[in-house]
Design a protein around this ligand. Structure first.
Ligand code: XLS
Ligand code: CA
Ligand code: CA
Length: 438
C-alpha cells in the first residue's frame, strides 16, 4: 500500500450505519451484494484528478487556499509524477477502482507542441506502472480544450482553422494516452464550444465544425482500434455563454443530425443538469430513454448559487432517484460514477478530501440500497404500469401501432363515453418514497 502523502490515514473500512467513526463507510461495503452485483460493480466510483489532486481552492476573488504536499517538487515532471503517486495513494486508501483525467491535469505543457506531447507520454508511462501495481483502472481520459488562451474563442469550433487543427491534434494525443492506459471511455466536454455573441459568429459553420471535429475523432478511434466508449458531456453555459451541448436533448439532436449518434453516449453531470434548469434525474432519464446514458459525473450544485459549484453529492433523495434510473437500465456498462467534485475553498486539509469522498460514496451506496428495494417491491413500476394500462385497450393499441387515423379516432370518440379524469397520486407516491428513504 502506498503511504507517503496520506500518512495518518489507513484504508477506509466499512463499519456499518451505527459507526461514529468519521473515517469509515456507513453504507458503502464494496463486496456486499445488492441483487446480482456487488456494490463496487454497481457504483464503479472514480476520483476526478483535476479537482482532487490539482484543486487549489482558487476562485475569481482569491488566491489558492489549499497547499498539497505533492505539489512541492520544483521540476514540473517530478511534480507531475508525485501528483500521480498521490492520486494512486488516495485511490487505494478509499478503495476506489477508477480515476479520470484531462491531459493537462496529469502532465505539464512544454515550450513547444512536441515537448507537450512528450511530457504526456512520460506521465502516461508512470501512470501505467502505478495502474499495474495497484489494480486501479482508468474510467476515462479527456483533453483540456478550455484552459489554454488560444481556445478562448473555441477549440473545435474556433473561427481559426489553425486553432481547430491544434485542438484536433491535442485530442489525438489524449485518445492515444487513454488507449495506452486501457481507458474504458473517452469524454468530450465542450466548455469553449459555444459563443458569446452572434455579432461575430456563424453558428451553422461552428456546428458543422464541431461535427467534423467529432467525426475526425471517431475515424481515428476506429483506425487505432480504441474500444472505449466515446461520451459527450452536456452543459448549458460556463465558461461560454451559449454552449452547443446545452443539455441531453440538445446533444442527442446534434448527434443525430450529424450522423454521430451510433458512436456516442452521454456523460451526465448533476450540476450541469441543474444549471440547464433541469433536475439531475431528468437528464439521466432523457439520456437513458434514448439508450444513451453512458456515465455520470456525480456531484451537486447549490440551487442558491447560479454557477458550477461542483460539490460532493450528499442528497439521498437525489442519489436514490439516480440509482433507480441506473438500475432500470441495468447499470452504466463501461461508465461509472465519477466524483467531478471539489472540496470547498475553506476545506484546507488533506483529510477533507477523504471526508468528501466518504460522504459521496456513502450517499450513493445508500441511494443504491433504497433504489434497489423500491424496484424490488415494485412500488413505482406497478403504479406506472397501471397508469398507462389504457394503452392495452383496443383504441390505445390502435393509436400506438398506427392502425387508426384521425378520422377513425374521432369516430371512436364520438361513440365512446366521456374520458375519466384519474389522479396521478403524486403526494401518495412521494410519501412512499420517503418511507423508503427514512
Ligand atoms: C466542467 C466539466 C469538466 C468535464 C471534463 O464543468 O465538468 O470537468 O467533466 O472536461
Ligand atoms: Ca464534469
Ligand atoms: Ca461541473
Amino acid at each position: 500500500m502506498l503511504n507517503k502523502f496520506f500518512k495518518d490515514i489507513n484504508q477506509i473500512q466499512f463499519e456499518g450505519k451505527n459507526s461514529k467513526n468519521p473515517l469509515a463507510f456507513k453504507y458503502y461495503d464494496k463486496d456486499q451484494k445488492v441483487g446480482d452485483k456487488t456494490m463496487a460493480e454497481h457504483l464503479r466510483f472514480s476520483v476526478a484528478f483535476w479537482h482532487s489532486l490539482m484543486g487549489s481552492g482558487r476562485d475569481i476573488f482569491g488566491d489558492p487556499s489549499i497547499k498539497r504536499a505533492w505539489h512541492n517538487a520544483k521540476d514540473p515532471i517530478d511534480k507531475a509524477k508525485e501528483t500521480m503517486d498521490a492520486a494512486f495513494e488516495l485511490l487505494q486508501k478509499l478503495g476506489v477502482d477508477y480515476y479520470c483525467f484531462h491531459d493537462r491535469d496529469i502532465a505539464p505543457e512544454g515550450e513547444t507542441y512536441l515537448q507537450t506531447v512528450n511530457n504526456l507520454k512520460t506521465i502516461v508511462e508512470h501512470a501505467k506502472e502505478l495502474q499495474k501495481s495497484t489494480g486501479v483502472k482508468l474510467l476515462w481520459g479527456t483533453a483540456n480544450l478550455f484552459g489554454n488562451p488560444i481556445y478562448s474563442q473555441g477549440a473545435g469550433t474556433s473561427p481559426n482553422a489553425h486553432v481547430m487543427a491544434f485542438a484536433a491534434a491535442q485530442v489525438k494525443n489524449a485518445i492515444d494516452a487513454t488507449k495506452e492506459l486501457g481507458g474504458e471511455n473517452y469524454v468530450f466536454w465542450g466548455g469553449r464550444e459555444g459563443y458569446e455573441t452572434l455579432l461575430n459568429t456563424d453558428l451553422k459553420h461552428e456546428q458543422e465544425q464541431m461535427a467534423k471535429f467529432l467525426h475526425l475523432a471517431v475515424d481515428y478511434k476506429k483506425e487505432i482500434g480504441f474500444t472505449g466508449q466515446f461520451l459527450i458531456e452536456p452543459k448549458p453555459a460556463e465558461p461560454s455563454k451559449h454552449q452547443y451541448d446545452f443539455d441531453a436533448a440538445t446533444t442527442l439532436y446534434f448527434l443525430k443530425e450529424y450522423n454521430l449518434i451510433d458512436y456516442f453516449k452521454l456523460n451526465i453531470e448533476a450540476n450541469h443538469a441543474t444549471l440547464a434548469g433541469h433536475s439531475f434525474e431528468h437528464e439521466l432519464a432523457v439520456a437513458s430513454a434514448a439508450g444513451k446514458l453512458g456515465s455520470v459525473d456525480a456531484n451537486r450544485g447549490d440551487l442558491l448559487l447560479g454557477w458550477d459549484t461542483d460539490q460532493f453529492p450528499t442528497d439521498i433523495y437525489q442519489t436514490t432517484m439516480a440509482m433507480m434510473i441506473i438500475l432500470k437500465q441495468n447499470g452504466l456498462g463501461s461508465g461509472g460514477l465519477n466524483f467531478d467534485a471539489k472540496v470547498r475553498r475553506s476545506s484546507t486539509d488533506t483529510i477533507d478530501l477523504i471526508h468528501a469522498h466518504i460522504g459521496g460514496m456513502d450517499a450513493f451506496a445508500r441511494g443504491l440500497l433504497i433504489a434497489h428495494k423500491i424496484i424490488e417491491d415494485k412500488v413505482l413500476s406497478d403504479f406506472i404500469e397501471k397508469r398507462y394500462s389504457s394503452f392495452n385497450s383496443e383504441i390505445g393499441k390502435k393509436i400506438m401501432s398506427g392502425k387508426a387515423d384521425l378520422r377513425e379516432v374521432e369516430k371512436w370518440v364520438s361513440q365512446a363515453e366521456k374520458p375519466i379524469l384519474e389522479s396521478g397520486r403524486q403526494e401518495m407516491l412521494e410519501n412512499i418514497i420517503n418511507s423508503y428513504i427514512c
